[in-house]
Design a protein around this ligand. Structure first.
Ligand code: XMP
Length: 486
């Protein structure tokens, strides 16, 4: 055992020192690196938890410029479906549109429209040639849902299409001119190769910060675990065009995780593989040497975590980020700071300490887009939020995260609770990024890169922390970005 016991610090133990600034919050650039090949427009990631991130959350976060990681407490088929929903949600051009044949029934078209929240489906023949399109307008008020689609679809002779290579501007003009909502894109043989929709053009204009892949689809990641079916699961998710995998465990620096990383790296060379969680420089080094594309840091800081009190293990999050980022820089891989973000100021501190993005659970769990319903308690709205190490979540599938898959009775490392309802993801992220902009403005750094190079911290005492929060007042109105610690 080392003779000296080092001190580890938490977000609340430090403050950023203000510095001369020539930059206004509105001019701050919030772009950041998430993993080796994924760039975000804001450094925000939604947690791979079953009360935080499914497709709705992932779509909302990616539209604001971040990325969501779909949890894995669900079957392989369902996780693949959730990824598919995100990848299909918003496109430059949809390259693999949902299609049907002329002999399919109207009720099959309705089912697909519901499933993918779309309003029209191109109809193709056996050679993949487009021969029509069926839209909600064609089938509204129809009684006989057993009819063949060909009876109701817009036929080839009346179909407006565009050639491969059509620009967005040109597509917009055609959609306007013919007052249609969908424009199939075809090749020289009239084979359907894509679809441009009015909905996508509108979304593109409404969400200019959206974080997207090369084909204009929203970014999304998926959690994997140290499980028997990991490769089978990964294969299905790759088919749905998932952008990255996070091997998500409570202790990333362990041989089971290392074996999974090796397997994934050898099978999927074109997809970013991220691993977590760790809290030491040695873990970062060992995992970086395996060629991982980002490292997730945080052992026990989460708002629902009990790892530190049950197992007695962890490193206070500020120090963990600082030490891990320092090591990760040597390998040019980004660090994701996972857990413990209570306020936007903690995000600024995490970034300044070296993280390139932060993963958030609790602060997003109260939004409309998190899974689960709202409940009222003493006149106030709440949403359920639970740790993936809680008994309930482990029963639902996350026991491998805590290396307890083969245990007949669990030893939980997380709790179940509720968080105040907080409106839409858009509103919450507006406040969080507003705080990031403000913080970077105070220290005079226009980019996250500069913040990491120039930031200076000062340690504070418990008196300093008390002084930092509102004090000596009975708050009568809580602002949207401040919840007193309870
Ligand atoms: P926040 O503070 O944002 O933290 O709510 C979310 C992160 O906490 C981790 N996590 C857990 N850690 N026991 C733990 O020790 C748990 O039950 C648990 N569930 C989630 C996870 O890293 C998440 O992103």
């Amino acid at each position: 055992m080392d003779k000296k016991i080092p001190l580890s610090l938490s977000f609340d133990d430090v403050l950023l020192i203000p510095q001369k600034s020539e930059v206004l919050p509105k001019n701050i650039i919030t772009k950041s690196i998430f993993s080796r090949n994924i760039r975000l427009n804001i450094p925000v990631v939604s947690a791979a938890m079953d009360t935080v991130t499914e497709s709705k959350m992932a779509i909302a976060v990616a539209r604001e410029g971040g990325i969501g990681i779909i949890h894995k407490n669900m079957s392989i088929e369902r996780q693949a479906e959730e990824i598919d929903k995100v990848k299909r949600y918003e496109s430059g051009m949809i390259t693999n549109p949902v299609t049907l044949g002329p002999k399919n029934k109207i009720h099959e078209a309705i089912d697909l429209m519901h499933k993918y929240e779309i309003s029209g489906i191109p109809i193709i023949d056996k050679t993949l040639k487009i021969i029509g399109i069926i839209t909600k307008r064609d089938i509204i008020f129809l009684d006989n849902l057993e009819e063949n689609i060909e009876k109701r679809m817009t036929k080839e002779s009346e179909l407006i299409t565009a050639e491969k290579g059509t620009t967005f501007e040109n597509a917009k003009k055609l959609l306007q001119k013919y007052k249609i909502e969908k424009l199939p894109i075809i090749d020289d043989n009239k084979h359907l190769i894509g679809l441009i929709t009015i909905k996508d053009i509108i979304k593109k204009e409404l969400y200019p910060m959206a974080a997207k892949d090369k084909l204009g689809r929203l970014f999304v990641g998926a959690a994997l675990g140290v499980t028997e079916d990991v490769i089978e699961r990964a294969n299905e998710l790759v088919k749905m065009n998932v952008d990255c995998f996070i091997v998500d465990t409570a202790h990333g620096h362990s041989s089971g995780v290392i074996n999974v990383i090796k397997k994934l790296k050898s099978k999927f060379s074109n997809i970013d593989i991220i691993v977590g969680n760790v809290a030491t420089a040695k873990a970062v080094k060992d995992l970086a040497l395996l060629g991982v594309d980002a490292i997730k840091v945080g052992v026990g800081p989460g708002s629902i975590c009990t790892t530190r009190v049950i197992a007695g293990v962890g490193v206070a999050q500020f120090t963990a980020i600082y030490e891990c980022s320092y090591e990760a820089k040597k390998f040019s891989i980004p660090v994701i700071a996972d857990g413990g973000i209570k306020y936007s100021g903690d995000i600024v501190k995490a970034l300044a300490a070296g993280a390139s993005s932060v993963m958030i659970g609790g602060l997003l769990a109260g939004t409309d887009e998190s899974p689960g319903s709202t409940e009222i308690h003493e006149g106030r709205k709440f949403k359920i939020y639970r740790g993936m190490g809680s008994i309930d979540a482990m029963k639902a599938g996350s026991s491998d995260r805590y290396f307890q898959s083969d245990m007949s009775k669990f030893v939980p490392e997380g709790v179940v609770g509720k968080v105040p309802y907080s409106g839409t993801v858009k509103e919450v992220i507006y406040q969080l990024t507003g705080g990031i902009r403000s913080g970077m403005g105070y220290v005079g750094c226009k980019t996250i890169n500069k913040l990491q190079k120039n930031a200076k911290f000062i340690r504070i005492t418990s008196a300093g922390l008390r002084e930092s929060h509102p004090h000596d007042i009975i708050m009568t109105k809580e602002p949207p970005n401040y919840e007193p610690m309870r």
